[in-house]
Ligand binder design. Structure first.
Ligand SMILES: [Cu+2]
Length: 166
C-alpha cells in the first residue's frame, strides 16, 4: 500500500521535473519572471492559461496591468474563485499587485494570464511570446513554454475540473 502511493508521488515528481527542465527566467528592473509556461490547448479551444512567478526584489510595489501576444487577440489577467462548486475566472480590474520583496505565483487554479482568441492551438514544446505590462517595470517580453496538459495538471496537484468563463 505504501509502494502504490510512492509510485504515484514519483510519477508526479517526474512530470513536475519535465516541466522544470525547460525552466527559464527574465529580469526587468526589480522584477524576476520565473519559468513562464502555458498549458497545451486542444484544437478548437479558443483560450489558454499562462503561468509564472513574479518576484519583486525592489523596495517599491509593482503591478501587472495587462499583456499582449501575437498568438492571441487579447490577454487578460484573471483570478479564480469557487462559485457554487464551479471554478470561475474573472479579469482583475486593477491588475495583479506585486508587493515589494514578495513573489506572486500565477498557477493553475489561481491567478493566471489568459490568452483569449487563440490564433492556433498552443502546441506542447513550443514557445508563446507574451509582452507583460507592469506599472513600474514597464513592458517585459517573455516566452511561455508550452507543457502537455497532463503534466501541467499533475505538477500543480490540480484536479481535472474545468474552468468556466463568465
Ligand atoms: Cu482565465
Amino acid at each position: 500500500m505504501f509502494s502504490k502511493h510512492l509510485v504515484a508521488a514519483v510519477a508526479a515528481m517526474f512530470l513536475a521535473t519535465g516541466g522544470s527542465l525547460a525552466a527559464h527566467s527574465y529580469t526587468a528592473g526589480d522584477l524576476v519572471i520565473g519559468h513562464p509556461w502555458a498549458r497545451e490547448t486542444a484544437p478548437g479551444q479558443s483560450a489558454g492559461g499562462g503561468f509564472m512567478t513574479v518576484t519583486n526584489k525592489g523596495a517599491q510595489a509593482d503591478r501587472l496591468l495587462s499583456g499582449t501576444s501575437p498568438a492571441a487577440k487579447d490577454v487578460q489577467i484573471h483570478s479564480v474563485n469557487m462559485d457554487g462548486g464551479v471554478m470561475r475566472m474573472r479579469p482583475l480590474p486593477h491588475g495583479l499587485p506585486v508587493p515589494a520583496g514578495q513573489t506572486v505565483a500565477l498557477k493553475p487554479g489561481g491567478y493566471h494570464i489568459m490568452l483569449l482568441g487563440l490564433k492556433q492551438p498552443l502546441k506542447q514544446g513550443s514557445r508563446v511570446p507574451v509582452t507583460l505590462h507592469f506599472q513600474r517595470a514597464g513592458k517585459v517580453r517573455v516566452e511561455l513554454a508550452v507543457a502537455p496538459i497532463g503534466a501541467a495538471a499533475a505538477a500543480a496537484g490540480e484536479s481535472s475540473r474545468g474552468h468556466r468563463h463568465d
